[in-house]
Design a protein around this ligand. Structure first.
Ligand code: ZN
Length: 411
């Protein structure tokens, strides 16, 4: 991706005082004179930042402004070990709101809309980000937070919510509940803004059909503002990234080398304006690619493709490497499967055992044939044969946060 003149200028401006303002970067870039960074190639030689660096800086080592300029903090869900704390200045919060409002606008949402917000509020950036953007846009925010499906559906009907914002798995849960109760005709929903975890076309189609909405994928991560740094447009081919705030690179996850546009690799992000906690070449571990060329929608912001997985999601079983996206493909390819599945990897008597559980409406011989077909296609596309097991619809767990689909109990 070609760095624009404006981006380079913002980076140079940021670098002019970065080491003075931040002990974190003084240490990180020890021995590097940041004023030597004059062109894109210089920038691409700088070391990456990792989530581990941010954990080490816990609680506020990353802060690059005086205390009186910090107006809030957020924290990433620390499922393992120390969480990461990110301080925001007033300007950071403002910039985030502008980006998020731009996301809503890109999805065709206006001040006349009523936005039901189901992601959680609190330390993490989800609910509050959706809220901030809705208020900046001038729409009506309905700050539900997660859970309490009964109340969600009541508010959705009584207030005539036109937009639902959710994780894909919670949107699916709501869609199924609306379908079961035959509520669809009593709803005014027209758009869904869904947090972009990696999810398959089948699940997307179910949510879109059952909720009766046009779906937009929104992208972001707590370390870099939160959700709202990019979103899909009416073309539904990739997500535009707001390149006046963020510089995006795609690198080879093994070598760290910058890859040409169009090639799949790890997304690396640099903040161009962030004050409280600037991040330079931050490894997201999300796998995607830059979509070459202009988008027919007319937006000039570059696009990244739908996420294909996480660099750390790759699992090796019986000598073959597999990514969640490939497993998703197999499920999609087989008739009689639904969007919901789970993969179990266990070591039994020193042997790796791979089981794919999938929801299916089929029973008896039809189910057996479907299982055989899935195993055969899995072998053909990925290279190893799983035990395929169909389970009744609705049996696999849904979650309000991200749905975990691969369970590796070998280590
Ligand atoms: Zn577009």
């Amino acid at each position: 991706m070609q760095m624009t003149d404006e981006q380079l200028a913002l980076i140079k401006k940021e670098f002019a005082t970065l080491k003075e303002r931040s002990a974190f970067y003084a240490r990180k870039f020890e021995g590097i004179d940041l004023s030597d960074v004059q062109i894109q190639a210089d920038f691409e030689k700088l070391p990456f930042s990792e989530k581990a660096d941010l954990r080490e800086a816990y609680p506020l080592g990353i802060q690059a402004v005086p205390d009186e300029e910090v107006v809030r903090i957020h924290s990433s869900s620390g499922t393992t070990g120390t969480p990461v704390i990110i301080p925001y200045t007033k300007q950071d919060v403002d910039d985030w709101a502008d980006m998020f409002a731009r996301c809503y606008e890109t999805a065709g949402i206006t001040a006349a809309d009523r936005i039901q917000i189901t992601p959680g509020y609190g330390l993490w950036t989800a609910g509050i980000g959706f809220q901030l953007g809705a208020e900046r846009l001038g729409a009506m925010a309905i700050p539900m937070g997660p859970g309490n499906t009964e109340k969600q559906l009541k508010m959705m009907q009584d207030l005539g919510s036109t937009v639902i914002t959710a994780t894909s798995s919670y949107a699916l849960l709501l869609a199924e509940e609306i379908d079961k109760r035959g509520l669809r005709d009593s709803l005014k929903l027209r758009k869904g803004v869904i947090g972009s975890e990696r999810w398959g076309d089948k699940m997307r189609a179910r949510i879109a059909n059952e909720l009766g909405v046009e779906i937009f994928d929104i992208y972001g991560l707590t370390e870099i503002y939160g959700p709202g740094i990019g979103i899909s447009c009416s073309e539904h081919h990739g997500m535009h990234i707001w390149n006046d705030y963020i510089y995006a690179e795609i690198v080879d996850p093994e070598t760290g080398e910058v890859l040409p546009d169009g090639e799949v690799g790890e997304l690396v992000l640099t903040t161009l304006r962030k004050q409280g906690a600037p991040l330079i070449r931050y490894r997201t571990h999300d796998l995607t690619r830059i979509i070459p060329g202009d988008c027919p929608c007319g937006l000039v912001h570059p696009r990244i493709d739908t996420l294909t997985g996480r660099t750390d999601d790759m699992v090796k079983v019986k000598g073959c490497n597999m990514f969640p996206a490939q497993i998703e493909e197999v499920i999609k390819f087989v008739d009689g499967t639904s969007s919901e599945y789970q993969v179990m990897i266990e070591a039994i008597n020193g042997r790796d055992v791979l089981t794919v559980l999938f929801e299916t409406p089929l029973e008896g011989d039809e189910k057996t044939r479907c299982e055989e077909q899935l195993a055969a296609i899995f072998k053909a596309k990925i290279g190893c044969t799983p035990e395929a097991k169909g389970v009744p619809m609705g049996e696999l767990p849904r979650s309000e946060k991200k749905t975990k689909r691969i369970f590796d109990s070998r280590y």
